[in-house]
Design a protein around this ligand. Sequence first.
Ligand code: FES
Length: 235
Amino acid sequence: MITLTINGKKIRVASGTTILGAAQKLGIDIPTLCYDPMLEVYGGCRICVVEVEGAKSLMAACATQVQEGMVVYTESEKVIKARKEILALLLANHPNDCLTCEKAGVCKLQEYAYRYDVKFGQIDGERHNYELEDSNPYIVRDMNKCILCGKCVRTCAQVEGRKVLTFAYRGFKTKVTTAFDKPYEDSDCAFCFRCVAVCPVGALKDKRASGKARHWEVSKEEFTCTFCDYGCKFE
Ligand code: FES
């Protein structure tokens, strides 16, 4: 077992636990965008960075294992500054359409922008202008809203075992695509909606529910998928 201190509170956790896991045990909410407990750690978005006493740089809480005697601060001045910068960069290339976005109210980017008081337009940079992909009857993809967290890519490969989605291109042009950037319906996609379920923003939407009601206007029910033998539970 390892003893560490987070925001002044001592905790003992099993070795191999991440800082994020230890903080969650203490009820401390560290923001995450690319982290998902069902998936391998990716550590790409950096919104979960925390300050560790003695460390030269901020560390990703989801990708850093606890060490004996560690002293961690999850909301220090440095941490908040870094999170604000990350959010400002994400918003610099994100449509300002929260008023009509299907994910309003359950969007992680919206939640954290509000939490850290980051507004659209704080950074003026290059913007994507992808066409909306809605040629299939089930999933609408708006890559202008994609934050490249990779959760859809990893869930398709690691949970669903299909590997329909991947990252393609480089730098600013990096994009989540199907093989050869084909429409969903021309790929091996089984329309299981796992990618839609894990998307933290409005990049992937269930077309069948689109425009019918906002999230706070419907109640959720848990159901077990019978598509394969996994028995995955969804809301
Ligand atoms: Fe930790 Fe994205 S949630 S790096």
